[in-house]
Ligand binder design. Structure first.
Ligand code: SAM
Length: 344
């Protein structure tokens, strides 16, 4: 009989987290706070603040270690705004020391609004962070400040992007959520921005995950329209996907300079290739952005569960991952948490 090696959790190293639809889950997103220093109009009403507790850094580390022991190879920290979280640099240092089941370093990434990145890019890189994704919804200062509702935000984020590049947090991705009639006049400007600033700009279709009630199918700017509009100014060439679970359709320009991507969860859902699971700031597992139920992993930790028991709970929870979301279908129910409180 072939030898089965055991990892520290006594789970066969051949066992990778797999759901009942046959998808291997290797990508963990962890929200480390649901506080945010921006009030982006499409995300937050501006009337509510943080709603959920934060765990201690050591508690995130313990839970993440359990996931890594089950085959997670990539960890993305998010929020709320993760740069607001005290202990972030130390958390990254510890994550950089973890090893996957194959003995490799984890892929370590972070999603941020970039407001505090100018001062933090170099320390984060030194701690072991590999990549950042900066959210940015306009390339002109006035529109940007209308979105974030924070004066001076455009200059701060631009400085953050440049600091991240200088620190070697590359490839640097800039994510933009488009809303028809609000910032869709920025599409062509973003194409120029990608080339000028040497960043990968990715447009993300707006999903019904806002605190208020803004979402309609008509407000979503679909992939096909974005490609068509950029193509009119700068001809695009589609790039081949690098892996099956890649969420973005990628394009370069006819002269090969620059890259843009489009993430189309609404018009071209990619649930069949989903490899993700999320942990909220208060330690709940969400198997889908649109899950109606959450799974209280932290509650089990608090109740004294061992790592092996926590791992068994994660395995069971992942098995029940939803096949797909139902955005735009009759009877679609918004989840009780919005994006800022889940961790995008
Ligand atoms: N504060 C960090 C940031 O700004 O990137 C991390 C959290 S934020 C919730 C993560 C991402 O979710 C941002 O890129 C934001 O634009 C995106 N987002 C928020 N609400 C969304 C929605 N309803 N549909 C699509 N993306 C959304």
């Amino acid at each position: 009989m072939a030898a089965v090696s055991l990892n520290p959790l006594s789970i066969p190293s051949t066992a990778r987290l797999t759901d009942s639809h046959g998808r291997v889950i290797h990508d963990l997103r962890v929200s480390i706070t649901d506080r945010c220093n921006y009030k982006c109009v499409y995300c937050r009403t501006g009337e509510v603040g943080a709603q959920y507790p934060e765990l201690a850094i050591d508690e995130y580390l313990r839970l993440i270690r359990v996931f890594v022991g089950l085959g997670i190879t990539k960890v993305r920290l998010t929020g709320g705004e993760p740069l607001l979280r005290r202990g972030l640099v130390e958390l990254i240092e510890e994550l950089a020391r973890m090893r996957t089941l194959d003995g490799e370093a984890l892929e370590l990434a972070l999603t941020t609004n970039g407001h505090l990145l100018d001062g933090l890019a170099a320390p984060l890189k030194a701690a072991g962070l590999q990549r950042v994704t900066v959210s940015m919804d306009a390339v002109d200062a006035a529109t940007f400040e209308r979105v974030t509702r924070v004066p001076g935000s455009f200059e701060a984020v631009l400085a953050g992007i440049r600091a991240a590049r200088a620190a070697g947090l590359e490839p640097l991705k800039v994510n933009c959520v488009l809303l028809r009639g609000f910032n869709d006049d920025q599409i062509e400007g973003f194409a120029e921005f990608a080339r000028r600033e040497n960043v990968v700009v990715r447009f993300i279709e707006f999903m019904p995950l806002e605190e208020g009630r803004l979402w309609t199918p008509e407000i979503v700017v679909p992939l096909a329209e974005i490609v068509e509009r950029i193509g009119r100014v700068l001809p695009l060439v589609e790039l081949a996907p690098r892996e099956a679970s890649e969420t973005a359709k990628r394009y370069t320009f006819a002269d090969g300079v620059g890259e843009i991507g489009i993430i189309a969860p609404v018009s071209q859902a990619f649930c069949g290739a989903c490899s993700r699971v999320r942990l909220t700031s208060d330690g709940k597992i969400r198997t889908c952005l649109f899950s109606q139920v959450e799974h209280d992993l932290y509650g089990r930790l608090r109740a004294g569960a061992s790592d092996t028991e926590l791992a068994a709970y994660v395995v069971r929870t992942i098995e029940g991952k939803e096949a797909r979301h139902h955005i735009g279908e009759p009877g679609f129910l918004k989840p009780s948490r919005s994006m800022v409180h889940i961790g995008g």
